[in-house]
Unconditional design. Structure first.
Length: 301
């Protein structure tokens, strides 16, 4: 009965989103990638897009991000066409969250972006960007100055190495960053997106974080990573130590949700460790009675 309830609730939420889509100002969330470092063929690396008034704001760029954005554009999300990929927010510099960064820098520039890309994230992002631009300098020179006559502005990147607090604002959205605990990473951030009709919080990768709870209180949508407690208990101690310090268990996430009270909790970066989707969901819904969605690539809310 509980599974049926959540399926119906999720369906109603989707229908509500479809109805809102007629209003271009309505906020939408698109899951461009829900995966982990594991190379699962049906899940691209972590990436979430917030869409407002036909503008996109993308969080993280795991492998496959630009092609997932193109697929979403074909599902009537035109803001995710190449030309619209101009704002990117990085939670932290783990490879599974940034392997798609050169793709995000270059592919949209090749296929239609005519303005500079603005990227926001932790210390080290400028260094990463400089090295990528140097690595692809010959490619960019040929595309810009050769017969292709590419738009030079589309290849430009402005990097903002951020501190907690307000990091971006325009007429559509306000973006606030807050620190989260992600093992030994010196800087890892979550983001709070505030639009005219929604408050959306993206956890990034983290373990239980009081700071996240403070910044996510009473949000409309909480998008959060999670791992199965049952699955982790089967793993070697090395991995138990690692994941318990870097990531959030189902029990911890249920506790977070019971404090935050989001209207919808969306799971991404789900680590099952040999268990099932149903088992992981049950670990949460036995402890938290609100609406929980097991996120899949190209879900639209």
């Amino acid at each position: 009965m509980r599974t049926l309830f959540f399926s119906i609730a999720a369906l109603l939420y989707h229908f509500s989103s479809i109805a809102q889509a007629a209003n271009v100002n309505a906020t939408q969330v698109v899951l461009l990638g829900t995966g982990t470092p594991n190379p699962e063929p049906d899940r691209s690396g972590p990436s979430v897009a917030i869409i407002v008034n036909n503008h996109s704001y993308v969080v993280d760029c795991g492998p496959g991000v630009v092609r997932r954005a193109a697929a979403a554009a074909e599902k009537n999300i035109p803001a995710l066409r190449s030309a619209g990929l101009t704002r990117l927010f990085i939670t932290h510099l783990h490879s599974d969250h940034t392997v798609g960064y050169p793709d995000f820098l270059l592919s949209p520039a090749v296929t239609g972006r005519d303005q500079a890309l603005e990227v926001f994230g932790p210390k080290g992002l400028q260094n990463m960007t400089d090295h990528l631009l140097l690595a692809y300098k010959e490619d960019m020179d040929i595309r810009i100055y050769g017969l292709e006559k590419g738009h030079a502005q589309g290849y430009k990147v402005t990097v903002h190495e951020i501190q907690p607090g307000l990091v971006y604002a325009d007429s559509n959205i306000t973006v606030k960053a807050f620190r989260v605990n992600h093992g030994s990473w010196p800087e890892a951030f979550g983001y709070r997106f505030e639009t005219k009709d929604k408050v959306i919080v993206v956890s990034g990768d983290c373990t239980y974080s009081e700071n996240l709870i403070k910044n996510a209180k009473d949000c409309d949508i909480l998008i959060h990573e999670v791992y199965s407690m049952e699955g982790l208990a089967r793993r070697e101690k090395q991995w138990q130590d690692y994941h318990s310090n870097f990531h959030t268990s189902t029990e911890q996430l249920a506790n977070i949700a019971n404090t935050v009270h989001p209207k919808m909790l969306i799971l991404i970066h789900q680590l099952q460790f040999g268990t099932s989707k149903e088992s992981l969901m049950k670990e949460i819904t036995d402890r938290y009675k609100g609406l929980v969605i097991y996120g899949k690539d190209l879900d639209i809310f």
